[in-house]
Ligand binder design. Structure first.
Ligand code: GAR
Length: 207
């Protein structure tokens, strides 16, 4: 059984897709051990509570130094002894110590086809604003393994989504979630839970 922690900052629709996937059998051999948010008001925390999943909030704002936050964040995560950490709209930079301790065991969902519209400053609606401003006809979402860089780790799954005339960032965001994110994030977890993912350097291979 793959034990996972899901890290969130906002609405938690990707968390919901994971909860639904575990409940309806799209995701197998997986248990959500804990949901961690940096934002006490995140609706994602309510989703966890409604589903009786352990949840907690830890924010850099409540610590005097970033180093103190990083240390406590890692200590709390470690206490749940999870096999995989899933970043589902988590907007805090993952401490380097955590990336080292969980090498190739942290995945992230990003709402574009990496390497487009990713890296520092590209998160949430800003990603879709970037895509619309550039005039791309196709965008999508990516699940990747988290390394020390921002959105630079090995790509695990991607799914393309068409941009349509009249799209606003909000409309495009919703379509990318529905047609890509809520499908490939649960799928990635299921693949990992069933030992079907191998990582070699910058590449992943799926059995
Ligand atoms: C999602 O679109 C996710 O891809 C994005 O934040 C949103 C969270 O929505 N993540 C990033 O932009 C990471 N760089 P949710 O809370 O409803 O799942």
């Amino acid at each position: 059984m793959l034990k996972i922690a899901v890290l969130v900052s906002g609405g938690g629709t990707n968390l919901q897709a994971i909860i639904d996937g575990v409940n309806n059998g799209t995701i197998t051999n997986t248990k959500i051990e804990v949901v961690i948010s940096n934002n006490q008001n995140a609706y994602a925390l309510e989703r966890a509570q409604k589903n009786k999943i352990a949840n907690l909030c830890i924010s850099p704002k409540d610590f005097e130094t970033r180093a103190a936050f990083n240390e406590e964040f890692l200590r709390k995560l470690d206490s749940y002894q999870v096999d995989l950490v899933v970043l589902a709209g988590f907007l805090v930079v993952i401490p380097p110590e955590m990336i080292a301790a969980y090498k190739n065991r942290i995945i992230n969902i990003h709402p574009s086809l990496i390497p487009s519209f990713c890296g520092t400053g590209y998160y949430g609606l800003k990603v879709h604003e970037g895509a619309l401003n550039r005039g791309v006809k196709i965008t999508g979402a990516t699940v990747h393994i988290v390394d020390e860089g921002t959105d630079t780790g090995p790509i695990l799954l991607q799914k393309a989504v068409e941009v349509e005339e009249g799209d606003t960032p909000e409309i495009l965001q919703r379509r990318v979630m529905e047609q890509a994110e809520w499908q490939i994030l649960p799928k990635a977890i299921d693949l990992i839970a069933n030992g079907r993912v191998r990582v070699e350097g910058q590449k992943t291979y799926i059995k």
